[in-house]
Design a protein around this ligand. Structure first.
Ligand code: NDP
Length: 389
């Protein structure tokens, strides 16, 4: 479990704890929340626990010493990479937030694991090179992002990234519209981080909450869908669906449209992927449609949410452009969460990075990582942030 102390980690461990006969936790990782990880180690008794922050890893080792646990503590990115490739684990939940998840998730791919992918940024950065590593390692990617998991559930069994062969006309990616769906344009400059993180339907980590508020999340998801399902941008349509009950849809050439519905609760897609192809109980309540009344759909507003257009442009440009977009967005979101920039500075910072760093081909992952580093520098400079921010 990469990112065990986060929102996805919490939901995944909840599902796992309901099925001790089926799942055993082999390794848990986090960044620096060593106390939270220590508590999870006591509860799940993993073989390995890893923290990317070396000081936090030392604190964890001290906290676990003498407690009779089977847990070895590892430190740094190398520790996370070792945990992701652990021989005793067949499945890796990739739930680190942001680019930090790329190398551990890649290690899981190279080790041929079944990867439950929540960390969309890793796929957005790595693109074709990431997919090639998955194929070369004999790994399997199962989407955990609720929209992609819904699409996966609506695709024919054994779907092999070939929409034409499967008779697919379009993928309809639903979006809640986030907390500012109806907020007038003129008010967006003054919104706070707390408001941006107060998502109407989902409880999530702070970074993805802000991405949801700017709708960059949907842009990143469009790129994710492109790689996961082999669909072109033209055949992905974004539909705003404020109730977050229809998690996405697949339209076939005969006019059939298949959708997956459910309560907005990440335990459903996580359990679907964890136990696939079997279905297991999650504690998610029954969907009472009559009580819900109506489900509504509308087109996205590209003027108020320019990040969507930037993601389309990055996908069209290809090569390093998605990595540039993602890196600039990570810098801007972190600065917004830290109170250093306005909400409306996020999209222009991403646009600046895309404009300043024209797309180059990605021959190897190092090309994408170099673009990521350049984009971070461009975004920091444009936002007038300290270099080490
Ligand atoms: P959180 O912020 O809640 O959790 C992030 C996790 O990653 C924590 O365990 C954190 O450790 C760890 N982490 C953070 N930075 C680093 C780092 N530099 N190195 C190693 N580990 C790190 O995020 P979420 O759970 O919300 O999201 C995780 C991923 O899942 C994201 O990519 C997101 O887009 C995706 N996702 C999330 C959904 C949700 O409902 N939350 C839905 C769909 C996708 P620590 O606690 O120690 O900081």
């Amino acid at each position: 479990m990469l990112g065990a102390t986060g929102s996805i980690g919490d939901s995944a461990l909840d599902v796992i704890a309901r099925h001790p006969d089926r799942f055993v936790v082999a390794a848990l990782t986090a960044h620096r929340q060593w106390e939270a990880l220590a508590e999870l180690c006591r509860r799940h008794r993993p073989e390995v626990a890893a923290l990317s922050d070396p000081d936090a890893a030392q604190a964890l080792a001290r906290a676990l010493a003498g407690q009779g646990l089977p847990t070895r503590v590892l430190a740094g990115e190398a520790g996370l990479v070792e945990a992701a490739a652990l021989a005793g684990a067949d499945t890796v939940v990739a739930a680190i937030v942001g680019a930090a998840g790329l190398r551990p998730t890649l290690a899981a791919a190279r080790a041929g694991k079944r990867i439950l992918l929540a960390n969309k940024e890793a796929l957005v950065i790595g693109g074709a090179a990431f997919m090639a590593a998955v194929d070369a390692g004999g790994a399997t990617l199962l989407p955990v992002d609720s929209e992609h998991n819904a699409i996966f559930q609506c695709l024919p069994a054994g779907y092999a990234r070939d929409p034409a062969a499967a008779g697919i006309r379009r993928i309809l990616l639903t979006a809640s519209g986030g907390p500012f769906r109806t907020r007038p344009h003129a008010e967006l400059a003054a919104v706070t981080a707390a408001e941006a993180c107060a998502h109407p339907n989902w409880v999530m980590g702070r970074k993805i909450s802000v991405d949801s508020a700017t709708m960059m999340n949907k842009g990143l998801e469009m790129i994710e869908a492109h790689w996961l399902f082999g669909v072109s941008r033209e055949s992905i349509e974004i539909v705003v669906h404020p109730e977050s009950v229809v998690h996405s849809l697949v339209e076939y050439v005969d006019g059939s449209v298949l959708a997956q519905l459910g309560h907005p609760d990440m335990r459903t897609p996580i359990a679907q992927a964890l136990a696939f192809p079997v279905r297991v109980d999650t504690g998610v309540p029954t969907l009472e449609l009559a009580r819900r009344g109506s489900l509504t759909f509308e087109a996205p507003d590209h003027d108020r949410f320019p990040c969507l257009g930037l993601a389309c442009a990055a996908l069209d440009a290809g090569g390093t452009a998605p990595a540039v977009l993602n890196a600039a967005n990570e810098i801007a979101v972190e600065a917004f969460l830290g109170g250093r920039i306005r909400f409306t500075d996020i999209a222009p910072a991403c646009a600046e990075a895309l404009a300043r760093l024209p797309a180059r081909p990605v021959r190897a992952l190092e090309d994408a990582l170099a673009a990521d580093a350049e984009a971070r520098a461009v975004a920091r400079a444009w936002l007038k942030l300290p270099i080490a921010a």
